[in-house]
Design a protein around this ligand. Sequence first.
Ligand code: ADP
Length: 495
Amino acid sequence: MNRNLILIVDDSKSIREKLRSILVDNGFEVIIREEGEGAVQAALEYFPDLILMDYNMPGMDGLAASRMLKKYSQTRAIPIALFTDTEDIKNKVKSFQIGVEDYILKGIDHKELVARISGLLNWKTDRDKIIREKDKLSGLLDNFRDAVAIVNHEGQIMFFNRSAADRFGFVPEVIKAGNLKDVLPECEESREILLAVEERRELEELELEISRCDRQRIYTISIRRVELDYTEDIGAAVIFTDITGEKEAEKLKAEFHSMIAHEMRTPISVILGYANLILEGNAGDVSDMQQEFLQGISGNGEVLRKLVDDFLEVSRLENKFVNLDVASFDMVELIAKTVKGLRLLAENKDLKLEFNPAGESIMMNGDSDKLEHALINIIENAIKYTEEGGVTVECFGTGEGVEVRVSDTGIGMSEEEMETIFRSFERLEKAQKKKIKGTGLGLAIVKEIINAHQGQIRVESRESKGSTFIIDLPSLDEGENSPVEAAETCQASSE
Ligand code: ADP
């Protein structure tokens, strides 16, 4: 077992000897010095486990030596007990103020002296253990590529790793680095993060662009609950994962796909144009068999053209090129026009297509062309995925805007399926089994258009019973742009 090393400092020989014999008898190792300067040097040389030092000494006294030892980072952690003749409150206060751990009267009973020293040594062992654990933890966190900040429920940053210091300019020597809200930009996502911290909630990967220290990066931010110290103060670990690289790669990939799709448009149109010219007899008589084959070329060419057009549309919308042309329009009139355009499609399948508006007109602001596109996609789907019965479109004014409901009596979908249908290229198995043609892009386009209008879309459905798509749209301010573009300007200023 390691014996504890105690540095005894006293100018009186008899006291030094007395202390030495008590401590050695109780299993401690000792070194002895006669004055303050020698004590500081010995502390720096031997790093004792505890210093027992006389308060009054000629030259550098115990208080001055303690002050020096508590200033040096190498000796700061060594507990000091000042040893004195008198119980002087002023001296006592001064000693504790500079960080001395104990103040002991020389007349103390030997057993009590040993107990006090053992108590201090136990406390030091526990504290060193905590410091080692903390160093281990911060060493571990420092190796993380992610920036991590531990905050209390007011967002005050209590602890952070090296990556957070580099990215956000936190100064490691400053224990409290500031508040989380100083790091986050002013925007809806930031408010959600701060609210989650305040309400002690966890949060999954929220995407945010942050500009700090001349760097503009995209992060996903997650919040995990942690307990701080041994108190009831529950804090959170805020984890910033830099996804700028992934985002750039994604963008390049999307741009590449969109370029390919764009390049495919012209040859498809040329093929379709020639096929139709031949079909119309512009290249001489067409036999029945030729007509059948040409119709095959033309029909499939149209499917291909729709796929390419939808793909281009969805990538334009996903890449945030939504430029809304906001103007006042009558939603009832817009739906009536859309329904009229699709009536033939419904009649061809012997389906009823009804429109039941709540009033004669509902005026609102939005991009009527884009909303018409969204309505066509939804009503077309309702017709496409219904074999019997029909499709009903309703709309109501909501005060802030309008609610549109498109209900059908079609094949419906399960709860799990409802969660996937708004993703690009997502088609349900039963749609494919029934050989109903589609690209899986229509609803992705609808979602982007509704998002750009700051609206919401959801679906209620039961398998084999039918589905209802519900759109809630606020009336935008005239000239208002899409929230997507507004969000792009939502960044914290560089400090
Ligand atoms: P698609 O071109 O395949 O119709 P969409 O993006 O418009 O692509 O729709 C995605 C999928 O959602 C469809 O393939 C279909 O499986 C399902 N779906 C969409 N609308 C309905 C509906 N009204 N009833 C049942 N399923 C639907």
